[in-house]
Ligand binder design. Structure first.
Ligand SMILES: Nc1ncnc2c1ncn2[C@@H]1O[C@H](COP(=O)(O)OP(=O)(O)OP(=O)(O)O)[C@@H](O)[C@H]1O
Length: 297
């Protein structure tokens, strides 16, 4: 892609935004999208994630403050940024190939378009439906075509607003693989999603949007390693279940934590009292609990 990994391709400084006659949605947003990384944007419903993507691309109308800077070797914004909006934008009466081709010709010109169309159809596994009109496709297929068309010009900056909506497992995995490949090619990615599992699979760094401000939470791995593991013991009796939280999964800690369970619920006594131990489950840390805490009131 020609940009050094880790270089900020897009930098927003103290970005603010208010809809006409509306209350401010963004107050003080600072954000860096670096080549080779993928930022997962977390935030509750209505926090302003879609508005932020609109403000970064200049596609929402309202009052904007602060600055958005691109560092993409002089590429114009429409070549440099691909934005897969939350709302699907396709021509229903045109085929998949015609939709992808239309954008390719607009953004690249007819010289480069042919190769870009072929590459995009292949990357998104759209060959079998290339000649199908969009109005004959399922919701998930339309989402995939929308994503493919949005990035047909191979832009170095890629914004994805809820890209996994309506996708089945296979299509979702395809999107996860594509985002990883883009990162490896040096693109800077920003993605919003409602499910922490999606953010976990699609991002390398996390940013939280709350009260109109962004908070850089750092690398996904670091955020996760700071989360606790949970050890659940479930007995056959409904009143015989316990949850312990662990900072690590080391056996030593499990042993010492088990010592904290009151003696009347020790494993040996469970068996003695005829209460079979149904399962012992060690859950790895996940973003779910963290997201619930971060997005809470
Ligand atoms: N066109 C508009 N005019 C006025 N207010 C709007 C408009 N679009 C969105 N808003 C308001 O701006 C706020 C942020 O909305 P936005 O859609 O950016 O949130 P979001 O974080 O993307 O939410 P979700 O997770 O539900 O998609 C909300 O309070 C919403 O009601």
């Amino acid at each position: 892609m020609g940009f050094a990994q880790g270089t900020a391709l897009l930098s927003a400084e103290r970005l603010s935004f208010a809809f006409p006659q509306g209350t401010p949605v963004l107050r003080d947003v600072s954000l860096r999208l670096k080549g080779g990384t993928s930022v997962g944007l977390l935030g509750a419903n209505g926090a302003g994630k879609t508005t932020l993507l609109g403000a970064l691309t200049g596609t929402v109308r309202g009052t904007t403050g602060g600055s958005v800077r691109l560092d993409v070797g002089g590429l114009r914004a429409r070549r440099a940024i691909g934005f897969a909006t939350q709302a699907i934008a396709l021509y229903p009466v045109l085929t998949v190939e015609e939709n992808v081709g239309h954008l390719a010709r607009l953004l690249l010109g007819s010289g480069e378009a042919k190769a870009a169309i072929a590459r995009t159809l292949e990357e998104f596994a759209l060959g079998p439906i290339a000649r199908t009109r969009v109005h004959h496709l399922s919701g998930g297929q339309r989402r995939l075509v929308h994503l493919a068309a949005s990035f047909v010009h191979a832009p170095p900056i890629r914004l994805l607003d809820e890209p996994t909506v309506a996708l089945d497992f296979e299509a979702r995995q395809l999107v996860v693989r594509r985002v990883r490949a883009w990162r490896e090619e040096g693109a800077a990615v920003l993605v919003t999603a409602h499910y922490p599992e999606d953010i976990e699979e699609l991002s390398t760094e996390l940013v939280l949007l709350r009260d109109g401000k962004t908070r850089d939470l750092g690398e996904l791995g670091t955020v996760l390693s700071n989360q606790v593991r949970t050890l659940s013991l479930r007995g056959a009796r409904p009143d015989a279940s316990w949850e312990l939280t662990l900072a690590t999964s080391s056996l030593e800690e499990v042993r010492s934590k088990l010592g904290e369970v009151p003696s009347d619920v020790h494993l040996s006594e469970l068996r003695l009292s005829g209460n079979r131990l149904r399962d012992i489950l060690l859950r790895d840390p996940s973003l779910s609990a963290f997201a619930r805490e971060s997005e809470g009131p």
